[in-house]
Write a protein that binds this ligand. Structure first.
Ligand SMILES: C[S@@+](CC[C@H](N)C(=O)[O-])C[C@H]1O[C@@H](n2cnc3c(N)ncnc32)[C@H](O)[C@@H]1O
Length: 239
């Protein structure tokens, strides 16, 4: 059985978006799609583990720019072939645990169904790496799955760190053991306690969403942006 998450998603790339067609989940997804389209108005967004670009299409509608990264060339190939309505979207092959080839400082970050795949032992380091690419007052938002009995793939085991796993099958008949955690609001608040301002957590039947503002040191003083900059606040730089 394959247990490498990168291999699993490389093999799954072509059938990946079928997960968004499950009829019972469409009502939730419609609300989330609307939310995604407005989440990052006027911001420069780093999208983590973008996969086939499903959420990129919505984010790009209001963002000023999007740099979307994934380690998987198969998924990136599908993402690049999509229409983003002429919006500035750049796809980059990158490992999200290092982001070593990602340049610049972003005012937003989006994680679609990625947090749940991070081993608990790597969460702290991942957040640090992500925040190192984000400006003060950047907005981070994420969507992920709730565990729904009878609908979600059953949990096959729990390891010593408390990570949970599922056995998933692809259309070619291959089986894959995939790390998939189902954190709740309390876990998110705990993990982000010294790193986030204004954490908002919402959930629907099948999914949850969290968004927060990056916290770094003291709350920065802010000034309203000049007209024409999307109404964002910009840090007041002193000295
Ligand atoms: C659950 S999919 C999410 C795709 C997309 N964000 C979405 O919501 O539709 C997880 C993605 O993480 C990518 N991935 C796994 N490990 C990665 C890593 N270390 N660096 C970058 N991407 C990774 C996989 O290639 C896959 O596209």
């Amino acid at each position: 059985m394959n247990t490498d998450i990168k291999d699993y998603y490389a093999q799954r790339a072509r059938e990946y978006e079928e997960i968004y067609e499950r009829p019972e989940r469409r009502d939730d997804l419609l609300l989330m799609e609307r939310e995604a389209a407005a989440l990052f108005a006027g911001r420069d967004v780093l999208e983590i583990a973008c996969g086939t670009g499903y959420w990129t299409r919505f984010i790009a509608r209001s963002a000023r720019s999007v740099v979307a990264v994934d380690c998987n060339p198969q998924a990136l190939g599908i993402a690049k072939a999509k229409d983003y309505g002429g919006r500035p979207v750049l796809f980059l092959e990158s490992d999200v645990y290092s982001l070593s080839n990602v340049e610049g400082l972003f005012s937003g970050a989006f994680l679609g169904f990625w947090w749940s795949h991070i081993p608990k032992s790597k969460l702290g380091r991942f957040i640090k790496t992500l925040h190192s690419r984000l400006a003060d007052d950047a907005r981070v938002a994420m969507f992920d799955n709730r565990y729904v009995e009878g609908n979600s793939t059953p949990i096959s085991r729990t390891d010593a760190d408390g990570n949970t796993y599922q056995i998933r099958q692809l259309k070619d008949g291959s089986s894959h053991e995939v790390l998939k955690n189902f954190p709740g609001e309390k876990d998110l608040r705990q993990q982000l306690r010294d790193r986030a301002w204004e954490l908002v957590f919402r959930q629907w039947t099948y999914y949850w969403m969290a968004r927060y503002t990056v916290k770094r040191g003291k709350r920065p003083l802010t000034l309203p942006s000049p007209p024409g900059e999307g109404g964002q606040k910009r840090p007041l730089v002193l000295g």
